[in-house]
Design a protein around this ligand. Structure first.
Ligand code: PMP
Length: 360
């Protein structure tokens, strides 16, 4: 067996240690004689798995006790609708910050439910920066402010948490959750799809302040009401049990490897190495403002796009895969989430230098 360094934006690499652990437990979870995927979600074995996963997530993210943690289906995309369904209350307007492809999707979904005030957009520079706090035109009557701390496609990240006063701040943390410590108390709602830094696809983790639960209109279907899931400990219907279990293994791996502080230190180092390799060459480039560069998703282009397919096929031969940029931007993109070992980034940096020497 030989494993590659997989730079996919998601589903993405998961820690090899966790894969081994899941393999060892696959047929018989801790003497139960069953696989986790065969267990009743209401049985005591699975309940203990679910509780431990939540406890570990609360510990590593230091989630305050007045927040609920929900394990839901529908990925992050369902949250684009569930956020307005649950947070608008009597208000008819919400603020959205537009920093690229994922913000735009959140905005177009919200427009089904309310007036969207685009509090700032970086469309003018083709979404190569995040707006500064002073550039946010916030409406104090907005029901909430939504933003995308890390744009997975554009590789643009906020270097600060927007200050929205008393208006709840909502973050689509899909591609940056668990990558470093974060102050949860600054947020009303945090949500993230699971298939990047959490584990396999199939879950959205939603962290929601308790006072924002229970405000959905009567017309909101039970499955889309945070209250339904908060009251039922995310067991209103059958949850994606195996993904939940697997996420728990990842949370425990993070806990045993120095927590989010240690993740953040390694992630910063990995990102700095890769951006240095790009900036120190005349062959590779990244258009994003330095202060807004993502630690998780690093897009770059080659000076000559005719060489793109040669780059990708040689990289593959070197065991470096899924480096093709998103179809909407082209070029390359290296996603380097927690589970990408530093050795993977080193191998990519060496490969890039070698490729440039031969073709530059
Ligand atoms: N938001 C962001 C920032 C994302 O990167 C993604 C997926 N790449 C999504 C939302 C959509 O997530 P899902 O596929 O889980 O609905």
């Amino acid at each position: 067996m030989s494993r590659v360094f997989n730079f996919s934006a998601g589903p993405a690499m998961v820690p090899e240690f966790v894969l081994q652990q899941a393999k060892e437990e696959l047929l018989d979870w801790q003497g139960s004689g069953m696989s986790v995927m065969e267990m009743s979600h209401r049985g005591k074995e699975f309940m203990s798995i679910a509780e431990q996963a939540e406890a570990d997530l609360r510990e590593i993210m230091a989630i305050p006790s007045n927040y609920k943690v929900l394990f839901l289906q529908g990925g992050a995309s369902s949250q684009f609708a569930m956020v307005p369904m649950n947070l608008l209350g009597d208000k008819g307007t919400a603020d959205y910050i537009n920093t690229g492809a994922w913000s735009k999707k959140a905005i177009s979904e919200a427009k089904r439910y309310c007036d969207v005030n685009v509090a700032a957009t970086t469309a003018d520079n083709n979404f190569t920066s995040a707006p500064a706090q002073s550039e946010l035109n916030l409406n104090k009557d907005a029901a909430y402010v939504h933003y995308t701390p890390n744009e997975t496609i554009g590789g643009v990240e906020f270097s600060y948490i927007p200050d929205t006063g008393d208006v709840p701040l909502v973050a689509d943390l899909s591609s940056t959750i668990l990558s470093r410590p974060i102050d949860v108390s600054k947020y009303g709602v945090i949500y993230a799809g699971s298939q990047k830094n959490i584990g396999p696809a199939g879950l959205a983790v939603v962290i929601v302040r308790e006072d924002l639960i229970g405000n959905a209109k009567n017309s909101v279907p039970a499955m889309f009401d945070y209250k339904t899931h908060a009251d039922a400990e995310s067991m209103y219907n059958t949850p994606p049990t195996y993904t939940w279990y697997f996420a728990g293994l990842v949370f425990s791996w993070i806990k045993n490897n120095g927590g989010l502080k240690a993740m953040g230190e390694v992630n910063q180092r990995k990102a700095e190495k890769l951006y240095a390799a790009i900036d120190n060459s005349n062959f590779y480039s990244n258009p994003v403002d330095k202060i807004s560069r993502s630690w998780m998703n690093v897009p770059f282009i080659l000076a000559n796009s005719d060489l793109d397919s040669a780059f990708l096929s040689s990289a593959k031969e070197a065991g470096l895969v899924t480096l093709k940029g998103h179809r909407s931007v082209g070029g390359m993109r290296a996603s380097i989430y927690n589970a990408m070992p530093e050795a993977g980034v080193d191998a990519l940096v060496n490969f890039m230098a070698e490729f440039e020497k031969l073709n530059g």
